[in-house]
Design a protein around this ligand. Structure first.
Ligand code: GCU
Length: 407
């Protein structure tokens, strides 16, 4: 009787909470309501844009993210087969032990068994690590104890987390992704730089001695270290490598794409401030809120802009432009004002002149509500709040299918 009550309580409370919050929050308007805050990126010509790209990347390091660790390729320490016929025979699971500049982590890859040619791959960084991402399998290495969050342990505690943040917040829909012909690469960035201010500072000091750095720059670097491994293996198509991240992981995915041209497509879901949203917009999460709540994510210079973000000398439309002409999907939700979908839309519009230099149409949809999976920059909205829901993955797969056709 008591257990029944507890279970009902655990299920009803988050649902009620999500419902109330959802109804209380205003819906993001589908058409732009504020003037474009992004300064024009004049299309001065492809040659001069390409000449200036490295200097622009350096400005993002100086002003916002700090320096990434040195580009030493990941070293494969061990490589084992976990299961050849997993997910009802759809996929094959393998696990690598990797050394990234002296620190150990595990990469899990899942290949579609139906493949007859090199496959496109989507690299996922998730909140809870690889073991949780695969339903708590004991044969998948867990994060180290200091990086372990209680809501990730597969017990009853993560029921409310899933209800609030969506079915796929800690586990991707593996069978759907495999059925679309994509391989999955799972990497947990907290192994390299933990998402904790003190632990991150210590680790960053070891990885990037004597220079300002931040966790997002390091997590972006972790995506690149996975590309090192995939590009050395002919089973993965090196021309169809995507990175995916939600929220803080989405900020890292976007930065990874902007600095590493081996990445062919980016999905940045609800990445908000420090991600796809304009810093100068004055809406959504402020620089003050993000740098005081998460001081370890950025270089100290970014916090220095907290009270005068309008003076930022660069903005996120330029980071998006560094991806051009590679495809970018920006995911959002109608009641997620914090991650500020309107500012992301404006940033995407601001990147268009550079996409046009490459002959790409960039963002073509007239408002947030007209997702076009075939466009090179697309914004996909769904009802509800912050999190990863089934409809998000339908949108991600539609975008991947349109750009990485597997059939
Ligand atoms: C907080 C933070 C956001 C971030 C989010 C997340 O809400 O303020 O910037 O995107 O966490 O990573 O889920």
């Amino acid at each position: 009787m008591r257990t029944g009550f507890l279970i009902a309580f655990l299920i009803a409370t988050p649902l009620l909470l999500v419902g109330c919050v959802s109804m209380a929050l205003p819906r993001v308007p589908a058409r732009l309501t504020a003037p474009a805050a992004a300064p024009a990126l004049d299309g001065t010509g492809l040659a001069s844009w390409e000449t200036g790209r490295d200097a622009l990347r350096q400005r993002f390091a100086d002003e916002i993210y700090g320096e990434a660790p040195a580009d030493d390729p990941a070293r494969i320490v061990a490589h084992e087969l976990i299961e050849a016929q997993a997910f009802g025979g759809l996929g094959r699971i393998e696990q690598y032990t990797l050394d990234m500049s002296g620190f150990e982590t595990h990469l899990v890859v899942i290949l579609p068994n139906a493949a007859t040619a090199p496959v496109p791959t989507i690299i996922l960084q998730m909140f809870c690590g690889n073991r949780t991402a695969l339903g708590g399998r004991e044969d998948i290495a867990p994060p180290p104890p200091e990086a372990h969050a209680p809501q990730c342990d597969g017990s009853i505690q993560n029921v409310p987390v899933r209800m609030i943040f969506g079915r796929y917040i800690m586990e991707p829909p593996v069978t759907d992704i495999l059925a679309h012909g994509h391989a999955i690469a799972l990497i947990y960035p907290g192994d390299i730089v933990p998402d904790d201010a003190d632990a991150a500072a210590a680790r960053l000091a070891a990885l990037v001695p004597d220079r300002p750095s931040g966790a997002i720059a390091a997590w972006a670097w972790v995506y690149s270290r996975v590309v090192d491994v995939l590009d050395g293996d002919a089973r993965f198509d090196a021309d169809r490598t995507a990175v995916w991240g939600h929220s803080r992981n989405g900020k890292a995915a976007l930065l990874a794409g902007a600095v590493d041209e081996r990445i062919d497509l980016v999905i940045a879901h609800q990445a908000g401030t420090g991600g796809t949203a304009l810093t100068r917009s004055g809406t959504g999460e402020s620089v003050e809120a993000i740098t005081s709540g998460y001081p370890h994510w950025f270089a100290p210079a970014f916090a220095g802009r907290a009270s005068h973000r309008a003076d930022m000398p660069i903005d996120q439309h330029q980071l998006i432009a560094l991806l051009a002409p590679r495809p970018l999907l920006i995911g959002g939700a109608w009641r997620d004002q914090w991650s500020d979908p309107q500012s992301s839309f404006r940033a995407a519009e601001g990147a268009n002149p550079v996409y046009h230099l490459y002959g790409s149409d960039g963002l073509t949809q007239p408002g947030l509500d007209e997702f076009d999976p075939a466009a090179d920059i697309a914004v996909a909205m769904r009802p509800g709040l912050h999190g990863v829901q089934p409809q998000d993955w339908e949108n991600f797969l539609a975008f991947l299918d349109a750009h990485f056709a597997t059939h």
